[in-house]
Structure formats: structure tokens, C-alpha cells
Design a protein around this ligand. Structure first.
Ligand SMILES: [Zn+2]
Length: 123
């Protein structure tokens, strides 16, 4: 498999919730193009097919052309984090999210409904 020609993405530059390091199984990463979780083999996102081309729904399922290769296939990812470093980043991110204030909902007054043209003519 060849890489997709895009510059190498460092694991440390990705948000920690878009990558999954594990001591026991392979590293997973959310594909930078389509967002689906894919394993990393030989430093690259495993090849996968992207979303269907627009209009593919019009075809019956048995004749539907398979979606094209996702441009995120073969994206080079360099794992420059240890499992412990990644866990620490993830925990820090969770703490920050917990400290964030929730947004206050400001109800906005609704504009008066427009009269129907028939009602306007009556006045
Ligand atoms: Zn993808």
C-alpha cells in the first residue's frame, strides 16, 4: 500500500479523543477525511472506501457502484506518544470538559406572525 501523499500527521498534534492507543491491540485513529475509526498498519491509516457518491441511492442495491476509496486511506500517522502520555492527555481533556460552564439559553421573543394575504386584503 502506498501513502496518500499528504504530510505525516503526528499523533501528538491530534486531539487525544481522535486516537486510541492500546497496549494490547492495534492503534486506532479517526480517519481525518471521513471520521471513521480505522486501524493503523505500517504507520498508515488502513485503506477503506469513503461515502457513496451523490446519487448512488438511485441505484438498486445490487447494481450500486461501490463507493470510491476514501482520500484518508494511507494517511501517514507517526505515533510519537507513549500509552501513558496519551492517557494523561485524555484525562486532562476530560477534566477540562468537566470544568466548562454550560451555556445559558437566552429565549428570544418571537416576531409576530404575518397575516395571510387574504386577511390583509380584508383590512
Ligand atoms: Zn476515511
Amino acid at each position: 500500500m502506498r501513502h496518500n501523499g499528504q504530510p505525516v500527521i503526528l499523533a501528538s498534534s491530534l486531539p487525544p479523543n481522535l486516537i486510541s492507543l492500546s497496549e494490547r491491540s492495534c492503534t486506532l485513529v479517526a480517519c481525518p477525511e471521513c471520521g471513521r475509526w480505522k486501524s493503523i498498519k505500517r504507520g498508515m491509516v488502513t485503506p477503506h472506501r469513503g461515502p457513496h457518491v451523490p446519487g448512488a441511492d438511485a441505484w438498486p442495491a445490487e447494481f450500486r457502484p461501490s463507493p470510491p476509496r476514501c482520500p484518508g486511506s494511507g494517511q501517514r500517522i507517526r505515533i510519537d506518544l507513549t500509552f501513558e502520555e496519551w492517557r494523561a492527555r485524555l484525562a486532562a481533556g476530560c477534566r477540562q470538559a468537566g470544568q466548562r460552564r454550560r451555556t445559558r439559553v437566552m429565549p428570544r421573543p418571537k416576531p409576530p406572525a404575518m397575516r395571510a394575504i387574504v386577511q390583509m386584503a380584508a383590512h
